[in-house]
Structure formats: C-alpha cells, structure tokens
Design a binder for this molecule. Structure first.
Ligand code: NAD
Length: 477
C-alpha cells in the first residue's frame, strides 16, 4: 500500500485517462497517497452518455442475473476485505478496526441488495371495488427509473456508496457515482470488483473531482432521473433547489442525542456511549453529540464516561490499536476549536480534551452547555460530546427535539411507559430504545426528518425510491 497509486476515470467499463489529476493526501500525516482524476465537464458528459445508453441493457436484465452480479461482488469483496479496510483507513484516516467494521457492513449491504433484487414486485388491484371496474384485471409492476446520479460523502466511503450502487443495480438502473473528493479510492476499488463480477459496461461510471462542477452537471442533466445524495445539509438544500422535477433522496446531517433515565445500569451503557461519541472521530451522521442524563445519576455518569474516554488510544489510523485518529481536514479542526472556545466563553465546562495536535482533535467532553451554542445546535462532526442534566423525561424529550435536525435519537430507560411515550414524542426518523442513536443495520429504513433529509435508505427502501410504479389494466369484456 506504500507506492503511490494513479487512478483513471471509470467510464463505460473502461479506465479512461483524465485531462487533469489532483494529488490525494493522507488526512493523518499529509503524505501524498495517490493521484486521482479531477473530471472536466466533457468527461462527465461522457459518463452520462454511457450510463444513459446502458440503461436499456440493465433495464431488461433478468433479476436473477442482477442478483448473481451482486453475489459475485459479495464474494470478491469478502476475499479482499483487508485490502478494502486499508484503503478506507488510508484515505479517510478511519482507524483500521472501524474501517474493518465498515467493510463487513458493506458486504452485508450488497448481500441485502442481491436478495432484494429477486423480490421487486407490484400488487394486484381489486378494480371491481368501484362501480365501472367490473370485468377488468389490474396490477402494478415496478420499473427502474433509468440513470441514478449518486453523490456520496467521505465518512463511509464504501458502505454509503454501497447504499446507492447496491439498490440501483438490484433494481436495474445505471449509475454515475461522484464520491467525495477525499475518498475516491474506495469507489474506484468497487469499480474494479464490479467489473470482475460481470457488471455490463456503462452500468456504473465513476467521475471524481470538484463537487460543485460534477454535482451541478448531474443534478441538472435531463438524462439523470434521480439524485441520491448523502452529505451536508447545505449541499443537500442546494441540490434540491436545482433538481427541478427530478426525484431526490437526501441523507443529511444531525446532532444526535440520547436520554439516560435514572435507574439505568451505567456500567452496561458507558462503553456504548463513548463509542457513539468518538468512533471515527465523531464523523458519523448519527454520532452521539448530546447526552442528557437524569440529575440523580448525572455525576456518576460523567465520572464513568470520562474515565472510559481517557482510555481511548489516539494515533495512526493504520494501527489496529487506534481508536481515534485525524479529522478529515484541518479546516474542521479549526472549526471545532472555535466552537469549543465559544462554549467555554459562554460558561460550559471542559472536562476533557479541548485541544488539538495537527489534524487530531482530542476527544472532548463538555458539561452545562446552553442549547443555543454551536456545539449543541449545529452538527459538530468531530469528537466532541456534551453531557447535560435534566430533571424530568418531558424536559429531556423537549431538549432532544429542540433541534433543526432529526435523524435518530436514543433513550435508555427501565420504564416501559417512559419508553413508549418517548417513541411517540421524539421527532426523528428512528428511535432506538436502550441503545445509542448511532445504532444502524443496513436493512433498516434509515433517514431523517426536518433538515436531516428527505426519503429513506436501507436497501429495500432505496429500491422503492429508485423504481417507478406502473399500473396495467386489462379489459376482459
Ligand atoms: P459534503 O456535503 O461536503 O459532500 C458530499 C458530496 O457532495 C461530496 O461528494 C461532494 O463532492 C459533493 N458536493 C459538494 N458540492 C456539491 C454541489 N454543489 N452539488 C453536488 N454535489 C456537491 O459532505 P461531507 O463533508 O463529505 O460529509 C459529511 C456530511 O455528510 C455530514 O453533514 C454528515 O452528517 C452527512 N452524512 C449523512 C449521512 C446520512 O445517511 N444521513 C451519512 C453520512 C454522512
């Protein structure tokens, strides 16, 4: 993995030399790890045409064949899983153990896609339920949309690509994939595997480079039927404003919270909370950013949390002992330090961290944070967590809901009535009872309310959004 890689664009099943290349540097030590294409508008046009032409081949491919390609991919990824984890660790500075976890999940996602490919179907409609429906037979089928524009973020460079490419292939669509600038290598690795797995030319095309240049072209081109975007709320809003009548799925950010009720066994939950707050440096859309703890157990919670967090190993992402490594870029280190400083100025207590070294921000724990401060009401996307106390569950639910975001929320409680009430009152895409909001499996319906986005992923649900329902009516009379 030490030699410098040079990647070409992947268009119409071929590796095409690009007009421009950009160096890709490690977020951890700044070393150049590869040269990657920075696609021009003409190169994106070529990819678009290729995806557009391949849509007929994919649209008429039987589902058992689409499933077989995805099964082949699962086998190949399984065989090369360690290499895949090293690529993620290298380009995203994701600690190797966490990167291995992402590869295992990616395999799951493609397995689900292979299975779902075989169960895409419509329903029969009892048309005689309405006067005038006599003597007719009606049913629906689900057809692929055609070309899907997939735009992905840096933080899960393999599994979030899988959440778009897997369902798209399973449902007979073609894809143009635009991965994040910092994490193109995982996407190109996938192209290699899919080519070997038997995917027809043009069914997947990968263009890397500038987000607004490539994104703009994908979002505004009429050959693209749908944009599936995962990334920041700012870019998501921009895409929505440009997409016109195109379908759009937006998986955006959050400032996820958990409520810890009294009578919860703290020793059972502390390590989960620490991992929810700091895994991959807090750069997860459902990272645990806000912890609300009942006042009766608040002091004990803080003590145990800090003591567990102090044991985290900080360092090189390629070392399998590392828990926390560098943020994706120095810009976010600086932003985090500014937000921590603001919190300090406004009376919050820093009980741990609050400082940085290079691109590493030390895991930071803040207490008594006002809800209006940026570390609370914005998405920090860094290893920063706040722990505040509450005196009643109603107050805690209000605090969680006092957010422009709403992806997932968690509540730990021994009281069934409290749990049931919380599931009703929390305004989010998913409520996780007796676990952190960071819990996700790849077949769960996943997505947000408010500024966390529109639509759902989780293979089966993404397939629904990537297919069109068509009605067929036979007149027998
Ligand atoms: P980002 O929005 O900066 O970039 C995401 C992608 O959009 C990249 O590929 C980028 O090149 C592209 N892009 C940039 N400008 C564009 C434009 N004008 N038009 C079209 N595309 C454009 O996000 P990021 O920093 O890579 O990722 C972090 C964000 O992603 C966080 O907000 C996080 O919460 C969110 N996220 C959400 C989920 C989810 O499932 N809800 C999952 C992971 C990450």
């Amino acid at each position: 993995m030490k030699e410098k890689l040079k990647k070409n664009l992947f268009i119409n099943g071929e590796w095409i030399p690009a007009e421009h290349y950009t160096p890709l540097d490690s977020p951890y030590n700044g070393e150049c790890i590869a040269e990657v294409p920075s696609a021009t508008v003409e190169e994106v046009e070529r990819a678009l045409q290729s995806a557009y032409e391949a849509r007929k081949t994919m649209g008429s491919m039987p589902s058992h064949q689409r499933a077989a390609i995805l099964e082949n991919l699962v086998r190949l990824l399984d065989q090369r899983s360690e290499e895949a984890a090293q690529i993620i660790a290298m380009e995203a500075a994701k600690p190797l153990m966490t990167a291995r976890g992402e590869v295992a999940r990616t395999i799951q996602t493609y397995k689900f896609a292979a299975e779902e490919a075989k169960r895409i179907h419509g329903e029969t409609i009892p048309v005689d339920a309405a006067p005038g429906g006599e003597g007719r037979i009606a049913y629906t089928v689900r057809e692929p949309l055609g070309v899907i524009g997939a735009i992905t973020p840096f933080n899960f460079p393999m599994n979030l690509v899988a959440h778009k490419v897997g369902p798209a292939i399973a449902s007979g669509n073609t894809v143009i994939l635009k991965p994040a600038e910092q994490t193109p290598l995982s996407a190109y690795f996938l192209a290699e595997l899919l080519q070997e797995a038997g995917l027809p030319p043009g069914a997947l095309n990968i263009v890397t480079g500038n987000g607004s240049l490539i994104g703009e072209k994908l979002v505004t081109d009429e050959r693209v039927q749908k944009i599936s975007f995962t990334g920041s709320p700012a870019v998501g809003k921009h895409i929505r404003s440009k997409a016109g009548l195109k379908r759009v799925t937006l998986e955006l950010g959050s400032n996820a919270a958990v409520i810890v009720d009294k009578e919860v066994d703290l020793d059972k939950i502390i390590s989960r909370c620490v991992s929810g707050a700091f895994a991959f440096q807090g750069q997860v859309c459902i990272s645990l950013q806000r912890i609300y703890v009942h006042q009766e157990i608040y002091t004990a919670f803080v003590e145990k949390f800090v003591s567990a967090a102090q044991k985290l190993v900080i360092g090189d992402p390629l070392d399998s002992a590392t828990d926390v490594s560098a943020l994706i870029s120095f810009r976010y280190v600086q932003r985090s330090l500014d937000w921590i400083e603001e919190a300090k100025q406004q009376g919050a207590t820093i009980v741990m961290g609050g400082k940085a070294e290079g691109n590493i921000l030390y895991p930071t724990v803040l207490l008594n944070v006002e809800p209006s401060l940026k570390v609370s009401c914005q998405e920090v996307f860094a290893p920063i967590v706040l722990i505040n106390k509450f005196s009643s569950i109603d107050e805690a639910i209000e605090l969680v809901n006092d957010s422009r975001y709403g992806l997932q929320a968690g509540i730990y409680t021994q009281n069934i009535q409290t749990a049931l009430n919380a599931t009703q009152q929390l305004h989010v895409g998913g409520v996780i009872v007796n676990d952190i909001p960071t819990f996700r499996l790849d077949h769960m319906p996943y997505g947000g309310v408010k500024e966390s986005g529109i639509g759902r992923e989780g293979v089966k649900y993404a397939i629904e959004e990537m297919t069109e329902q068509k009605l067929i009516v036979f007149n027998r009379t």
